[in-house]
Write a protein that binds this ligand. Structure first.
Ligand SMILES: *Cc1c(COP(=O)(O)O)cnc(C)c1O
Length: 476
């Protein structure tokens, strides 16, 4: 092809592709629309329902250009107002999310500048921010600065990194898999089971350790289970403690579990995905011993109200993490190792990745830590307030929770399980505030979880009014 012809074709193509670089005027217009929408949405959060569900429509891609205004309307009706409102303080089910505005700004900046955060060389500044956030996590959780960490998309992926390091450090492969034992609580999050399966440990032996009335692991039961396994020639490999169980908000006796793990040379993993950041509050004493864990999972997208997509993992044994994620690691000297762990891609399965540290770094720098701690302290008081009110209304409540998750049920005289289920259905149909349910000790219960910075006394009062309304509805 002659260059003349080629240049003509390039010009034609540019006429079509050029719109991908939106010009300044266009950018200002789009930003104004998005900014207006965001402001209206945030302002509406205190009044709109926490839950509604419809089958989404009109979301298929039809390959032709449409105006942003129309797409925002579609987004609002089919996405933002559909399902559990993840940005609302009225999301009190499962484990609530948050959605800090300042994190959204960080995501915007990260996407605009698009640094590659897999490798230090590619973006020393962005990777330093990734590493500074990891250093901050080490300080918050009293992990030694020699440990390694990574910011992931969430707790489940963090768990994979931690468990893979555990597996490789203990050489759990081949015949050893079916002789090795993992000790967990019935209340462990299902991502623990999932992670074991994904990393090839499906056939490992799982022992459920007895729990006390507050749903915490009984250390004595753990001790005897391990002793029995040792006597029978099994290999006690790992014990998982939870700092804030999803269903009941219980914190296992972390320090006592650490003793047992240490005595038997087991890998000690602590899952603090939900409860971890309460270590900064008046509940600090419950977390004693967490710093003795070999690996730790935390979720800033839960306890710090960061929008979904930010988890963290800390692992003490650098070699183990590098072995799994960087294959020449075994032959590396310390100095080289320090350089290696500087790049996130050497300590996680990801290479090219979202610059996700910024969504925590920017809010921490803008607000300081104090408001985050105060928000968590608020939740600890609000759960007490909620439970006191429920008792006054005649409900049965769970044992005093360690953190900000609790459960309750109404003592119906007959068919209590079915009736509480009915009450849950009525609450979902009402939808003003979102709660979820569970089966605990074989009984149907309704759960409440308080965590978001947007959850305030008003929200809890709305929940109480809704529960009262729904109870009347099903009793009539
Ligand atoms: C939410 C949660 C997880 C899983 O984390 P994701 O971020 O949802 O992947 C693991 N453990 C506990 C205790 C949790 O609450």
């Amino acid at each position: 092809m002659e260059n003349i012809e080629l240049l003509k074709q390039l010009e034609e193509l540019h006429k079509i592709s050029g719109c991908l670089e939106v010009n300044r005027e266009g950018r200002e217009e789009m930003l104004a629309l998005v900014s207006g929408y965001s402001n209206d949405f945030i302002d509406s959060l205190t009044s709109i329902p926490g839950f509604d569900q419809q089958k989404p429509e009109g979301l298929a891609i039809n390959d032709c250009a449409q105006p942003l205004g129309d797409l925002l309307k579609l987004y609002h009706s089919q996405v933002a107002m559909n399902g559990i409102n993840g940005a609302s303080g009225t999301h009190l089910g499962y484990i609530p999310g948050g959605g800090l505005f300042t994190s959204a700004l960080a995501d915007y900046l990260a996407a605009i500048t698009n640094p590659h955060t897999g490798v230090y060389y590619a973006s020393p500044g962005a990777v330093t921010i990734e590493n500074e956030v990891v250093e901050w996590l080490k300080r918050v959780f009293n992990f030694p600065s020699s440990s390694v960490g990574n910011l992931t998309s969430g707790g489940s992926i963090s768990m994979l990194i931690a468990f893979t390091a555990a597996r490789d450090n203990h050489g759990i492969k081949g015949d050893k898999i079916t002789r090795s034992v993992v000790y967990i609580s019935e209340q462990v999050h299902h991502s623990v089971h999932k992670a074991l399966r994904i990393i090839g440990l499906e056939d490992i032996i799982i022992r459920y350790v007895d729990l006390d009335s507050g749903h915490r692991i009984k250390t004595e039961a753990l001790k005897s289970a391990v002793a029995e396994d040792v006597a029978n020639g099994f290999n006690p490999f790992m014990v998982v403690g939870t700092a804030g169980t999803t269903d009941t908000g219980a914190v296992d006796p972390l320090d006592d579990i650490a003793d047992v793990a240490q005595l038997h040379g087991m890998w000690y993993h602590v899952d603090a995905a939900y409860g971890g950041f309460f270590i900064m509050t008046s509940k600090k004493h419950l977390f004693k011993g967490l710093e003795r864990a070999d690996s730790l999972v935390v979720d800033p997208h839960k306890g710090l109200s960061i929008p979904f997509g930010l988890g963290g993992v800390l692992v003490k044994n650098k070699e183990a993490v590098l072995h799994s994620n960087h294959y020449v690691a075994n032959y590396m000297q310390d100095a080289v190792m320090d350089e290696l762990v500087q790049s996130p891609s050497n300590v996680s399965p990801e290479l090219t990745r979202h610059f996700r540290a910024l969504r925590l770094w920017l809010p921490l720098q803008l607000h300081g830590i104090e408001p985050f701690v105060a928000s968590l302290e608020e939740k600890l008081l609000l759960i007490k307030y909620f439970r006191n009110e429920l008792v006054r209304m005649g409900f049965e409540v769970a044992p005093e929770p360690d953190l900000s998750v609790s459960y309750f049920r109404y003592p119906f005289n007959i068919d209590a399980d079915a009736k509480n289920h009915q009450l849950m259905d009525a609450i979902h149909a009402d939808g003003d505030v979102f709660l979820s349910s569970s089966i605990i000790d074989g009984r149907y219960v309704i759960r409440i979880a308080l965590l978001s910075f947007r959850t305030k006394k008003d929200t809890v009062d709305r929940a109480l009014a809704m529960i009262e309304r729904c109870l009347k509805r099903i009793e009539s």
